[in-house]
Design a protein around this ligand. Structure first.
Ligand SMILES: C[S@@+](CC[C@H](N)C(=O)[O-])C[C@H]1O[C@@H](n2cnc3c(N)ncnc32)[C@H](O)[C@@H]1O
Length: 254
């Protein structure tokens, strides 16, 4: 099977963690496994055993050069080719929210453009028990192979939903009873004063421009992480981790 570079970026998942959790959680989405020729170790064998149990997955052994051509040299000897897109669309959002038994906890990324940041945010979101991560269709990193690798398998557990119009989605979430909290360095209220219990969505801004005006206007409150150094802001994935884990602390205490 040959795949175009763009399709390949979206559909090739590599690295042990990412491939293993994909096979464990969404095995139906995997059509092919590319394996580095000559590699044989316990970790790889465990992955191969998972794939061999599924008759729809074909396994191909490639030399390093051919594997590097697929995804660059960061594959750790294993690449899964997905036949289905892993991102969900907004039509899936209501089902995801209705399937949640505890109070809803969302992470919304308002135009995070670096796939490394996206992957790191998804990883933290999963670790903090977030229900779903929402990203806009435009001006946002996709859930590509880099983001999936950085997310370290988290995207196979925590759904990532792409929405066409983020402002409209924020309004819909408010009507659904979800409190929207935007993170912005210049806010008055700190994350330690704010309340993150109940059904909450945390909104983080773009790496350079922060929250867009329309997004900001749709937030019910804005919060800051107090800082005492010289820089004016944190990296978005670091800020996401700080906010999510303050929220988790509060949610676990109630
Ligand atoms: C690199 S910052 C963007 C900085 C941008 N120059 C601005 O004015 O917002 C990316 C995102 O991380 C979050 N962030 C970074 N530092 C923060 C802080 N001290 N308090 C709250 N959020 C922060 C915000 O959501 C921000 O939009």
């Amino acid at each position: 099977m040959t795949i175009s570079t763009n399709q390949q970026e979206q559909n090739a998942i590599f690295g042990f963690h990412a491939v293993e959790s994909l096979l464990k959680n969404q095995i139906d989405s995997v059509s092919e496994l590319l394996v580095l020729k000559g590699r044989a170790d316990r970790r790889l064998n465990a992955i191969l055993a998972l794939a061999k149990g599924a008759s729809h997955i074909s396994i191909r052994y490639l030399d390093r050069h051919a594997l590097d051509r697929q995804v660059g040299d960061r594959h750790q000897g294993i690449v899964a080719i997905c036949s289905e897109q892993l991102e969900k669309d907004e039509g899936d959002l209501e089902d995801i929210l209705q399937g949640q038994r505890e109070s809803i906890f969302l992470l919304i990324l308002d135009g995070v453009t670096d796939p490394h940041n996206l992957g790191a945010c998804i990883r933290s979101a999963n670790a903090a028990g977030v229900t779903a991560v929402i990203i806009p269709k435009d001006k946002s990193a996709r859930l590509n192979s880099t983001a999936l690798k950085v997310a370290c398998g988290a995207a196979q557990y925590t759904p990532v939903v792409r929405v066409t119009n983020l402002a409209r989605t924020l309004k819909w979430l408010q009507q659904y009873g979800i409190w929207i909290v935007g993170a912005a360095g210049e806010a008055e209220e700190t994350i330690y004063q704010a309340e993150f219990t109940g059904s909450v969505a945390l909104v983080m801004g773009n790496e350079g421009k922060g929250l867009r005006r329309l997004t900001r206007e749709h937030c019910d409150s804005l919060v800051k992480i107090p800082m005492s150094g010289d820089v004016s802001s944190l990296n978005v994935s670091v800020a996401t981790g700080v906010c999510l884990f303050e929220a988790l602390r509060q949610r676990q205490n109630t």
